[in-house]
Design a protein around this ligand. Structure first.
Ligand SMILES: [Zn+2]
Length: 270
């Protein structure tokens, strides 16, 4: 690769973050930061040491979740760099940091910086303001849309399973670039990873259909059946993903929801 890309992984390891959030710093003399990472003293000092007083020209964020933007204000103040973002991201970000507007610059399409083209690709699903960033022929920074170690959590209402699957199809058409995720290691064959994730989602939908054939169930019961081997720490997250899946299947008119004793149960739509 002709472009210098440094990854600095934050110290926020956990059941949904793997080893921690990856912050990427692109460039040599002048730098671009993708995803500042969580609010962490040690992560901040690792980033500051790597920058080593070099000018930072631009900060990009994949989405508004705090493990990706916790250090955003600190890095703006340290470097004076502007956050380049889309209107959708601006809205979400102002909900988290109401005073950050002065650091923002709207970016609607590709931007060229020190001969590097960076193309934002809108990929909602994990979050409604999620973007991947592509350097054509080199890499795609995939944030939490496509991760290196696990499937992505889709939490309603900001997360949307139908949009997530569409966004997987969108990214899957890029076959020349290596994927650099927000958590976990680089993905050399990104196209293959997208296919695996799409197949995984199809398999889960089919599993849900199959178990609903015998009995109407709620999301908790569905989770217990299809995620038998999951660790206790992840059960809540699995249940959120099941809720997002059944929503998507209702939209496709495969199943229906009814309210029984104040809780939702699902059944096959015949
Ligand atoms: Zn996230």
């Amino acid at each position: 690769m002709s472009i210098n890309i440094k990854v600095i992984t934050a110290d926020n390891s956990g059941p949904t973050t793997n080893n921690g959030t990856n912050t990427y710093i692109i460039g040599d003399q002048e730098l671009i930061i993708i995803d500042p990472g969580p609010k962490s003293e040690s992560h901040f000092s690792n980033i500051r040491n790597y920058i080593n007083n070099r000018p930072v020209k631009m900060i990009l964020i994949t989405h508004h979740h705090l493990d990706h933007i916790g250090l955003l204000v600190d890095l703006c103040n340290l470097t004076g760099a502007k956050i380049y973002l889309n209107k959708r991201q601006q809205k979400k970000l102002l909900e988290v940091y109401p005073n950050i507007k002065k650091h923002m610059k709207i970016m609607n399409k590709s931007i060229t910086f020190a001969n590097i083209i960076i193309e934002p690709i809108y990929t909602p699903g994990h979050a409604s303001d999620h973007f991947c960033f592509r350097i054509p022929g080199e890499v795609i920074f995939t944030g939490d849309h496509i991760m290196g170690w696990s499937t992505t959590m889709i939490r309603k209402p900001d997360g949307d399973m139908g949009q997530y699957i569409q966004s997987l199809n969108k990214i899957s058409k890029y076959t020349r670039e290596m994927f650099l995720p927000g958590h976990g290691n680089k993905i050399v064959d990104g196209h293959k990873r997208c296919e695996e994730l799409i197949n995984h989602r199809n398999k889960r939908s089919n599993q849900i259909l199959k178990i609903l054939e015998t009995k109407d169930l709620d999301a908790h019961e569905i989770t217990k059946i299809i995620y038998k081997k999951i660790s206790k720490k992840l059960v809540t997250y699995a249940e959120l993903t099941v809720e997002a899946s059944v929503d998507e299947m209702i939209t496709r008119k495969l199943i229906k929801r009814k309210s029984v004793n104040n809780k939702y149960t699902y059944s096959i739509r015949k």
